[in-house]
Design a protein around this ligand. Structure first.
Ligand SMILES: [Zn+2]
Length: 78
């Protein structure tokens, strides 16, 4: 199950919750309020610090041609 970060609208506590899916509701671990909002920016520290795949924006560095995108063969980013 994925871990999502939530912020409680009532007390402001930031917490992480293991939920079955992205739409699942959870409650504040500090005050129990269900008035929480999912934080979209941080899924996990590992994902947050991963560089964006340059191929997805049309700038695959393995081709040596900026803006051409990735052809797929042997590209370390695809
Ligand atoms: Zn709370």
């Amino acid at each position: 199950m994925p871990i999502f970060e939530y912020r409680c609208k009532k007390c402001g506590t930031l917490f992480e919750a293991l939920v079955p899916n992205a739409d699942a509701k959870t409650a504040c671990e500090a005050c129990g309020s269900k008035q929480v909002e999912k934080q979209l920016s941080t899924f996990s520290p590992a994902v947050a610090t991963t560089p964006k795949n340059p191929c997805s924006t049309g700038g695959c560095p393995s081709t040596g041609k900026a803006g051409t995108g990735c052809s797929g063969g042997g590209c370390p980013f695809s």
